[in-house]
Design a protein around this ligand. Structure first.
Ligand code: LLP
Length: 383
């Protein structure tokens, strides 16, 4: 499903801006809902990927739950009408204020990342006379084979409770009367394209489940996190990730007990392909060995290339001329403000519109005001 850019409409708009193809988002959401329901799986949208109000509304309308990692994300979920019983809340450093906010909202579940955090939630819930549902986030030590900055499930990462501590944590949870351990939570990383990593996660989950059963725990939720990757090279040809194949891995390899529900926390795969960052060429600067297309979007608008050397497909959507090679760079005073080197795009001139594709996830939400540049606004295919 290829995104069609309304060039005439764009002609009247100041750049840079984010543009969201809502038809693609709807189709993606419909696919997720129908494929997940085939297995009776529950999907929570990882709001950290994109918290744009319109996107949140679409996700809520599709009936997904929501996965939050801060008090403000919980607040945004509530403000956008998500049912508090479909809100889960993870994060290694939840503050007392954030925990209290989530307790007051009676959220579905806290994904607890350490024993000290479990004790604090127990204490704060006790003060309110409540019992909080928790799932233990376990660091399964499974290699996601993805970028080192976005792998999370290895022993050296800060996330979750280590495998050596699982039994202590399970015992501790029994002692605390204001928490109720209802599930296990895992997340091994992001932009995972190798399904074998998810299969390895399933195998590890099966082992860990058995350890909990030895301690007579009956767990109702197995939360496998998110991480399904997208095709950054082919945003139009592969605009919707292979959700059937992804869910099938879990359906096949997870050993579930009676009544147990599998939860997913998908972020990137839900929203990445529906968003593009649209920019204009300010100058074409010819050097002796190369030429630069200097555009009016910068690393403050989309930081992924500078931060992770991430690839985003770049297109000149104003030109049908033969391609030339450019280093496509932004205006920010940093050499890392570069979206791609030696990139082939249709021959560019001042004023041409440039699309940075697959920017719907971890794009707008990671923007900053660096160099005192304003936040780029967002526009939608449906007004
Ligand atoms: N659940 C947990 C506990 C997470 O930490 C994350 C992402 C997700 C779910 C959603 O993962 P997804 O389905 O989007 O892969 N800023 C980086 C990505 C950081 C991901 C952090 N955690 C990037 O731009 O690539």
């Amino acid at each position: 499903m290829a995104t069609q850019f309304p060039i005439e409409r764009f002609a009247n708009l100041d750049t840079p801006f984010y543009y969201y193809d809502l038809q693609l988002l709807h189709t993606t959401l419909d696919t997720i809902v129908s494929e997940a329901s085939r297995h009776d799986f529950v999907v929570h949208y990882a709001v950290k990927a994109n918290a744009n109000s319109r996107i949140l509304t679409e996700v809520r309308n599709a009936g997904l739950g929501i996965d939050c990692v801060s008090g403000n994300e919980v607040r945004a979920a509530l403000e956008h009408g998500f049912d508090s019983k479909k809100i889960v809340y993870a994060g290694v450093g939840k503050s007392d204020r954030e925990i209290n906010l989530a307790l007051d909202a009676d959220i579905e579940c806290f994904n607890v990342e350490s024993i000290p955090e479990m004790e604090v939630i127990n204490h704060l819930a006790g003060l309110k006379g409540k019992v909080a549902n928790i799932a233990l986030r376990i660091n399964p030590n499974v290699d996601a084979h993805t970028h080192q900055y976005i792998t999370t499930g290895m022993e050296e990462n800060k996330f979750g409770i280590g495998l050596w501590e699982v039994d202590t944590a399970a015992l501790k949870a029994k002692e605390l009367s204001n928490i109720n351990l209802i599930g296990l939570h895992f997340h091994i990383g992001s932009q995972i394209t190798d399904m074998a990593a998810f299969q390895a996660l399933c195998t590890r989950i099966n082992e860990i489940q058995r350890r909990f059963e030895e301690q007579h725990y009956r767990l109702s939720i197995i939360n496998v996190g998110g991480g399904l990757g997208i095709d950054y090279e082919h945003p139009d040809e592969v605009s919707i990730p292979d959700f059937p194949a992804y869910f099938a891995v879990f359906a096949k390899h997870l050993e579930l007990r009676n009544g147990q529900k599998v939860h997913f926390e998908l972020g990137r795969s839900v929203v990445a392909q529906c968003g593009s960052l649209i920019s204009r060429v300010l100058y074409v600067k010819k050097g002796q060995k190369k030429q630069f297309a200097i555009i009016d979007a910068g690393m403050n608008d989309l930081i992924r290339p500078a931060l992770y050397h991430a690839y985003h497909k770049i297109e000149n959507i104003s030109s049908k001329l033969p391609t030339e090679k450019y280093d496509v760079v932004g205006p920010v005073c940093e050499s890392s403000d570069c979206f791609g080197k030696e990139i082939s795009i249709a021959s560019a001139k001042r004023g041409d519109l440039i699309a940075l594709r697959s920017a719907g996830a971890y794009g707008e939400i990671m923007a900053s005001r660096y160099n005192l540049r304003p936040f780029a606004p967002a526009y939608f295919s449906e007004q």
